[in-house]
Design a protein around this ligand. Structure first.
Ligand code: CUA
Length: 319
């Protein structure tokens, strides 16, 4: 079976109950209030059942059907629903993104087949582009603009915020307000095709200074490879036409179909499901279908092992 070779995704909690963002905290509070409310209703119902079952039969007295219907069927549900709806509806507006606030960081994320294109607009009009990873500053608002030019995807980082669909032909928005530094997993939450389940990404929340330093470095061109193997890989990259789909800034490679690889060696994983191991990256280059069935990346098995290893070395050095 093809998918048997897929390496396991590094385990990280994907939890709405470990919030690390303002919206995620609100959602967790809702969950607990709803859970506690449901628990109280359940306990009350069970107590009533116990009361009916074990009460001595001589003290049993059948209530009038009218009382059961009016109290249990009308008054009680009306009060419960009024409390739940009244408590929650006024807060639903808290989750509506009302546009980029002053001082917010803007990031554009596009759903691709099956990866995430991430762009940071720069003051000079250009973009800093990377894939399958967002880095954002802690304690500051990030305004994420979401789009798709293929099918509907959904952007969801449970620890940071709610989820929102990415719909072809329109832009949707989500606000991230991380409260602490860390790496948080994100997933595509709308079935979008064969490798939907492998469409994952990371959000790395950094201290504001670290974030600015990272963005400066990320905006820079790729480093020239330092090892002989890396240089051979750079040559193989050019010869094999990789630049037709991929950009490596600072080199002639300027393709826009696939992910920007300028600093790919500094990302946590490749192709968003691979742990950072050279063997896995070689498998990906040789036969992408083994890792992510249906991906648009063509297989490069024909290059042969030595050139594939050189390519892996080159990609690792693109830090
Ligand atoms: Cu993209 Cu599911």
């Amino acid at each position: 079976m093809l998918t048997a070779a897929v390496p396991a995704v590094a385990a990280q909690p994907l939890s709405t109950l470990e919030p690390a963002g303002v919206d995620a905290e609100r959602i967790a509070v809702f969950f607990w209030w709803m859970g506690i409310g449901a628990g109280i209703v359940w306990l009350a119902a069970m107590s009533f059942v116990a009361y009916c079952l074990w009460l001595p039969s001589r003290s049993r007295q059948a209530p009038s059907p009218r009382r059961v219907v009016v109290t249990g069927g009308m008054v009680l549900p009306s009060v419960l629903l009024a409390v739940l709806v009244g408590g929650i509806v006024p807060h639903t507006n808290d989750f509506v993104d009302t546009g980029a606030a002053d001082g917010a960081l803007r990031v554009r994320v596009a759903g691709e087949q099956w990866w995430w294109r991430v762009r940071y607009p720069r003051p000079d009009g250009g973009d800093v582009e990377l894939a399958n990873q967002l880095r954002v500053p802690a304690g500051r608002t990030t305004h994420v603009e979401l789009s798709s030019d293929n099918v509907i995807h959904a952007f969801w980082v449970p620890s940071l915020a709610g989820k929102i669909d990415m719909i072809p032909g329109r832009t949707t928005y989500l606000t991230l307000e991380p409260t602490r530094a860390g790496t948080f997993r994100g997933v595509c939450a709308e079935y979008c095709g064969t490798s939907h389940a492998r469409m994952t990404f990371d959000v790395v929340v950094l201290a504001p200074d670290d974030f600015e330093r990272w963005l400066m470095a990320e905006a820079g061109p790729a480093r020239a490879p330092e090892t002989a193997l890396g240089r051979a890989g750079a040559a193989a990259f050019v010869d094999s036409g990789c630049g037709g789909c991929h950009t490596v800034r600072g080199t002639p490679a300027a393709g826009v179909i696939g992910p920007d690889l300028t600093h790919v060696g500094a990302r946590r994983g490749d192709a968003s499901v691979l742990p950072h191991a050279n063997d896995d990256l070689e498998v990906w280059l040789r036969q992408p279908d083994l890792v992510k069935p249906g991906a648009l990346m063509p297989p490069f098995a024909a290059l042969g092992a030595p050139r594939l290893q050189a390519l892996v070395s080159y990609l690792r050095e693109l830090r």
